[in-house]
Design a protein around this ligand. Structure first.
Ligand code: SF4
Length: 309
């Protein structure tokens, strides 16, 4: 580890104490940012954590919609995203007007939105979901038809497990650019031939062809638990590369092979140790959701947390 990185880490850890700040870090962050985290997890785990924060300030090392969710859950606290250009392209694929149009075309049909959406869209849905609880939420809703978005591949994953529900996609075809890079998972299948004893774990944002070839389709939180608890020793990881860093660091006795070493989310990687340090010093840039949107968006998030207990 370079001297500069070590110095930044020490300064960040001291500033967190001095300013009563908590650092929430997504599994897709770079290794050195993960190493200064107070809590690392997937979207569901981070939302749960954000619901019960006592510190005065939250530094969110993730992307725009995650910091917004933390702000909606903690309207009185300072929520800081170290780089405002860390925006999730999938969330941007669902503008409010597209959602409202689909709602108008399907009156009375409940709307379930992946948390990977912006606050103004969340404010117009009935309940949010993550890849960890989407199946559970749709089952518990117990409706024949559901408007679901923005991720078409997550919709495929849900539909395979809850076949009696018609999912109306919004937008028509939303996707994650990073998980698209796996395509049908040819490289992962080559690895599986080389290491037949390995478990192939695939994220539900990946294409259906890749999901169908997986041993397990799991959220990143699910992947972590599976790798920790399984008696297997080798795992092929079909998600963003930051997850492989976390697994290698926290479960050193096992082997983790990236299904595609180039599967990097450029938005997540806009957060660095340097801008995290600067965010702590300047207490900026702040993410604040307008009050009226905040009040409306809180309900579907709280409903999700309640329904996935
Ligand atoms: S990995 Fe995909 S869904 Fe997640 S933040 Fe990056 S672009 Fe968005």
């Amino acid at each position: 580890m370079s001297e500069k990185i070590q110095m930044l880490k020490e300064k960040i850890n001291q500033l967190k104490k001095d300013k009563d700040a908590v650092l929430l870090v997504h599994n897709y962050q770079v290794n050195e940012v993960q190493e200064v985290a107070d809590f690392i997890g997937d979207s569901l785990e981070l939302s749960r954590k954000a619901q019960n924060i006592e510190s005065k300030m939250i530094i969110f090392c993730g992307v725009d919609f995650m910091a917004e969710t933390a702000s909606i859950l903690n309207p009185e606290k300072k929520v800081i995203l170290p780089n405002l250009s860390a925006r999730c392209p999938m969330a941007a694929q669902l503008p409010l007007k597209t959602l409202l149009k689909t709602k108008n075309e399907n009156p009375g049909v409940p709307v379930v939105l992946y948390v990977n959406t912006l606050a103004e869209a969340k404010a117009e849905c009935d309940v949010t979901c993550t890849s960890a609880n989407a199946v559970q939420i749709i089952q518990k809703l117990d409706k024949d038809k559901v408007i679901f978005g923005p991720d078409w591949n997550l919709g495929y994953y849900v539909k395979k497990r809850v076949s009696n529900v018609e999912l109306i996609p919004v937008p028509k075809y939303g996707f994650c650019n990073t998980h698209k890079l796996f395509k049908d998972g040819i490289e992962a299948l080559e690895l599986k031939k080389k290491y037949p004893e390995a478990d192939l774990l695939v994220h539900p944002e990946c294409d259906p062809g890749f999901q169908d070839n997986a041993d397990y389709v799991l959220s990143t939180g699910g992947m972590y638990r599976h790798c920790k608890e399984s008696s297997k020793k080798i795992f092929i990881i079909g998600t963003e590369i930051g997850m492989v860093d976390r697994l290698r660091r926290e479960i050193p006795s096992k082997t983790f092979l990236p299904a595609n070493p180039n599967a990097e989310c450029p938005s997540m990687k806009r957060i660095t140790l340097q801008n995290t340090y600067e965010a702590l010093v300047n207490e900026d840039p702040i993410v604040k959701v307008p009050k009226e949107i905040c009040i409306k968006a809180l309900k579907p998030i709280e409903r999700m947390l309640e329904m996935s207990k």
